[in-house]
Design a protein around this ligand. Structure first.
Ligand code: NAP
Ligand code: G4F
Length: 383
């Protein structure tokens, strides 16, 4: 018999990678997706199966974390062996604009799942993974951050996730449930949402090298993050639920990098050296040099003329609109427990992640006729 998994947030970055991973492992995967006026299944379309096909291994259900009746019905129908609760309003800056909704979905949503499993009598059958976050460490109390580091959340998102973390621990202790938190540090990929900083950068740099955009505006360039690849991190989620006993694990690379250095690395993928001058809101990034051989190999000879004319010009400005009311300045995780207890090792380091994202975005921008014609997907200015 195949194992049955239910993934909330299956249409998101992690949900898509996890669904693919579990299907390859022989699972039948059920996913919760939200009703939307536009298709929101781009990331899992390659896994989609016609509902008329028998023995499908991917089945989608309409649902929402804010609707407990809906959650209970889906869990009752699916009778999952494993639930991966990945759904969330996951953007830290947006959570300052939608604090109540964020608390409802990200905090209470987790309670609704735990309580449904308990009321349905599935506490012994169903294992639960809760998508906890390094944002819990916020104003960091220890460097690097490990499972025992005290939390100090710095956004409505992180505070909602703090509730979700502790209610997961509480249901584990109160009812003996196999419920675990993965405290995941930032993880990125070519499927990352376009308003998170890494993808915003790789998209913008790809457009700039192709002559489609002049510059990009960023917020806090000195923020430091421990960035890994989402493909590696979904393997850790699965490993956590395969352990005999539930527990909480930090999943991280152990290396931290500034946003500024991520910008330099993204441009370097296209053979371009970017330097920064000035400080604070007056800091500017500009093209210092171009390695034409590397540029031609990464981008294409036909774009060389355009980039030559841009040496010395500004490519990054700071816009305070992207600053957060309370910022998380630095995150760096200590993955010792996950390495020793789960045997988890990431395959991608940061240079490999940046390469993967840049190659995918250059390809995407080249083939997207809408973007090429000057169209631009509308981004909320404040995200
Ligand atoms: P993501 O790309 O933003 O995906 C979030 C998913 O949640 C999407 O499928 C979204 O649906 C769904 N969703 C949002 N609100 C919902 C609601 N009220 N009801 C049902 N579904 C809802 O996020 P991600 O990067 O894959 O992250 C997955 C989880 O890990 C999130 O809980 C996030 O907070 C957490 N996390 C992420 C990171 C990271 O670096 N990526 C690190 C630590 C923890 P739509 O597609 O319809 O929007
Ligand atoms: O890419 P970010 O928006 O990710 P953030 O805030 O770290 O949150 C992500 O990782 C968390 C794990 O720690 C997840 F729980 C959460 O769901 C999400 O996936 O911002 C990273 C850093 C921040 O310090 C931000 O201030 O980049 C800085 N930044 C600088 N300029 C920017 C920008 N962030 C965004 N989104 N846009 C900018 O223009």
């Amino acid at each position: 018999m195949s194992k049955i998994a239910l993934i909330t947030g299956i249409t998101g970055q992690d949900g898509a990678y996890l669904a693919e991973y579990l299907i390859k492992k022989g699972y039948v995967v059920h996913g919760m997706k939200r009703r939307s006026s536009l298709f929101n299944t781009d990331r899992i379309d390659h896994l989609y199966q016609d509902p008329h096909k028998e023995n499908r291994n991917l089945i989608l259900h309409y649902g929402d974390l804010t609707d407990s009746m809906n959650i209970t019905r889906i869990i009752q129908e699916v009778q999952p062996d494993e639930i991966y609760n990945l759904a969330a309003m996951s953007h830290v800056k947006v959570s300052f604009d939608t604090p109540e909704y964020t608390a409802n979905a990200d905090g209470l949503g987790t309670l609704r799942i735990l309580e449904a499993v308990r009321l349905l009598g599935l506490t012994k059958k169903t294992r639960i993974y809760q998508a906890s976050t390094s944002e819990l460490y916020g104003l960091v109390q220890e460097v690097p951050q490990r499972e025992t580091t005290p939390f100090y959340p710095r956004s409505p998102y992180a505070v909602a996730k703090l509730y979700a973390y502790w209610i997961t621990v509480n249901y584990r202790e109160a009812y003996g449930m196999h419920a675990s938190n993965g405290i995941l540090f930032n993880h990125e990929s070519p499927m990352r949402g376009e308003t998170f900083v890494t993808r915003k950068i790789t998209r913008a740099v790809s457009r700039m090298v192709l002559g489609m955009q002049q510059k990009t505006y960023l917020g806090n360039l000195s923020a430091q993050r421990d960035w890994g690849h989402a493909k590696d991190y979904v393997r850790a989620m699965h490993l956590i639920l395969q352990q005999d006993a539930p527990s909480d694990y930090v999943i991280a690379t152990g290396i931290t990098t500034t946003v500024r250095d991520f910008v330099k690395m993204a441009f370097a993928e296209a053979g371009i050296e970017v330097a920064f001058r000035g400080t604070g809101v007056d800091e500017k990034g500009f093209i210092a040099d171009v390695d034409e051989t590397a540029f031609a190999a990464a981008v294409g000879e036909e774009y060389l003329e355009g980039i030559r004319g841009r040496i010395g010009s500004e490519v990054v400005n700071v816009d305070p609109a992207y600053f957060r009311p309370t910022e998380v300045e630095m995150l760096i995780g200590d993955p010792t427990k996950s390495r020793t207890m789960l045997g988890w090792e990431p395959e991608y380091d940061l240079p490999a992640l940046v390469k993967d994202m840049m190659q995918a975005d250059i390809k995407l921008m080249k083939k997207d006729s809408f973007l090429k014609a000057g169209g631009y997907r509308i981004l909320n200015y404040f995200e």
